[in-house]
Design a protein around this ligand. Structure first.
Ligand SMILES: [Zn+2]
Length: 142
C-alpha cells in the first residue's frame, strides 16, 4: 500500500464515528432552533413589537439566528460530504486541488474538504462578498 494511502486510512479511521456523532448533535440542535424560531415569530407578533425600535432589534436577532441556522445547515452538508468521501476512500484529499490535507487540520476540522491554501482562497472570496465576520469566525472555530 502506498505510504499516503496508509496515512489517510489512519486519519479516516475514527473520523467517521466522530463525524456521525457531530451530525446527530447538529441535527438535534437544528430541530431545537427551528422550534425556537417558530415560537419567536409568535412572540414578536404578540408583544415584542411595540414600536419601530423594538421591531428592528427583534428582526436583527431573528436574522442572526437565521444566519446561525443556515451555517449549521452548511456544516451538516459538509459532514455528509466528508462521510461520503470516507466511503469513496477520498477522505483527507483536498476537493479543489487534490493535495493531501494535513492530519492536524483534519483533527481540528474533521469535515474539512479542502486544504488550508484552497480554504483560505475560498474565504477571501467570501469576504469579498461581504460575508458577516461573526459567521466567518464561528465557521473557523467549528
Ligand atoms: Zn487544495
Amino acid at each position: 500500500m502506498h505510504r499516503l494511502e496508509v496515512a489517510l486510512a489512519r486519519v479516516a479511521s475514527g473520523q467517521d464515528s466522530l463525524l456521525e456523532q457531530r451530525r446527530s448533535e447538529l441535527q438535534a440542535d437544528l430541530r431545537h432552533d427551528i422550534h425556537d424560531a417558530r415560537g419567536g415569530v409568535d412572540a414578536v407578533q404578540a408583544e415584542d413589537a411595540t414600536d419601530d425600535l423594538d421591531t428592528g432589534s427583534v428582526m436583527a436577532q431573528g436574522s442572526l439566528r437565521f444566519s446561525l441556522m443556515h451555517m449549521k445547515g452548511e456544516v451538516l452538508v459538509r459532514i455528509d460530504e466528508a462521510l461520503g468521501r470516507i466511503d469513496q476512500g477520498l477522505y483527507g484529499l483536498c476537493q479543489s486541488c487534490g493535495a493531501e490535507i494535513s492530519e492536524s487540520r483534519l483533527r481540528a476540522l474533521p469535515f474539512a474538504l479542502r486544504c488550508t491554501r484552497c480554504e483560505t482562497r475560498r474565504e477571501d472570496a467570501e469576504e469579498a462578498q461581504h460575508a458577516p465576520r461573526v459567521l466567518q469566525r464561528l465557521r473557523s472555530e467549528w
